[in-house]
Design a protein around this ligand. Structure first.
Ligand SMILES: C[S@@+](CC[C@H](N)C(=O)[O-])C[C@H]1O[C@@H](n2cnc3c(N)ncnc32)[C@H](O)[C@@H]1O
Length: 313
């Protein structure tokens, strides 16, 4: 088997349809460069949730969709892709150039290909998120989060992650026990630790996330105060936190809310995101049913983060 990088030049209107066609052909995810929408970055459960606006310069009018496929022979796949993409005109879609190209990549290049889109950037008032392979000159009061997300979600560029980090900074984790539910790369726990949390518990149901977060926490000098656990929240956490953060989708937040309440000390702060704006009311209602006081609702693009306080004892 050989890995191929597939590039499709198309029009904005056909993004969803072309993504579907590439996924059907076996791509695990796609990367979309759309100059009209520089905030739009993530198409694959976090694997490629990074971008550098500098890279969004195309030499044609339209969008570029990139995917990776491993195939014995690429020619029939290319032909099939071209036929299907051209067929989209029958649905009234503007397909733009509809140009499909493939180039072989060796697997080690492929594993590192996404790294060129992940550059250091600033978050909140003092935080700098830097991939481990990049260098960055820090200002005196900068706080560095060094991250290698690997296959786990959490490079920091996703709106939900950045809103959580900004809220963590605002609600001052200094000296506190912080629980990161759905830790992915561990970025939120790292942010809390770098801001002075005294103890960190990070949990994820995905084993890859657990070892990635463990490595990232250790590489940020937080290994000693961090405990990274594999599993569902209440099964692996019996401590209570002063601050709990969960960047998971709205539906999972609702399922976990009862358990989250148990791991929060009275009057402790709960920050949640991963909530698409059409579902924020659902989360607000569930928080209110459990007696949480909503402190703040922030939005970036179509994403919402909610900060709430558990009621007193
Ligand atoms: C959107 S990512 C967030 C990663 C990181 N915390 C961030 O903010 O960038 C959500 C993570 O939640 C994890 N997850 C989903 N359901 C979970 C559950 N029931 N318990 C623990 N983790 C869960 C996923 O495996 C994934 O790593």
């Amino acid at each position: 088997m050989q890995w191929y990088e597939i590039k499709v030049k198309t029009a904005e209107m056909s993004i969803d349809a072309v993504t579907y066609i590439l996924t059907e052909a076996g791509a695990n995810g796609v990367m979309i460069l759309n100059p009209n929408d520089p905030d739009f970055t993530n198409q694959d459960e976090g694997k490629w949730d990074f971008y550098d606006p500098q890279n969004i310069k195309l030499d044609f009018d339209g969008v570029l969709i990139t995917a990776y496929l491993d195939k014995e022979s690429i020619e029939p796949v290319l032909e099939d892709l071209e036929t299907k993409i051209k067929g989209l005109t029958a649905f009234g879609l503007d397909i733009g150039l509809a140009e499909v190209t493939a180039s072989p990549v060796n697997s080690s290049d492929w594993e590192n290909e996404w790294k060129k889109y992940f550059k250091p950037f600033r978050l909140g008032r003092h935080m700098v998120v830097k991939p481990s392979w990049e260098s960055f000159e820090l200002a005196p009061d900068d706080i560095l989060i060094e991250i290698d997300p690997g296959n786990a979600f959490g490079s920091g560029t996703h709106e939900t992650t950045s809103m959580c980090i900004e809220q963590i900074e605002k609600y001052q984790p200094q000296g506190k026990t912080v629980i990161d539910v759905g830790c992915g790369s561990g970025i939120l726990a790292i942010a809390a630790g770098k801001l002075g949390a005294s103890s960190l518990i990070a949990v994820d149901i995905d084993e890859t996330a657990v070892y990635t977060a463990r490595d990232n926490l250790a590489n940020n000098g937080l290994g000693e105060i961090a405990s990274v656990r594999h599993g569902n929240l209440i099964e692996v956490v019996d401590e209570q936190g002063d601050l709990v953060v969960a960047n998971i989708i709205a539906e999972i937040i609702l399922i976990l809310l009862g358990d989250i309440e148990k791991v929060l000390k009275p009057e402790a702060t709960f920050i949640c995101s991963g909530i698409i704006n059409t579902k924020s009311q659902m989360v607000l209602d569930a928080l209110s049913d459990k007696g949480f006081v909503v402190k703040e609702i922030v939005e970036k693009g179509e994403w919402v983060a909610i900060t709430a306080q558990k009621r007193g004892a």
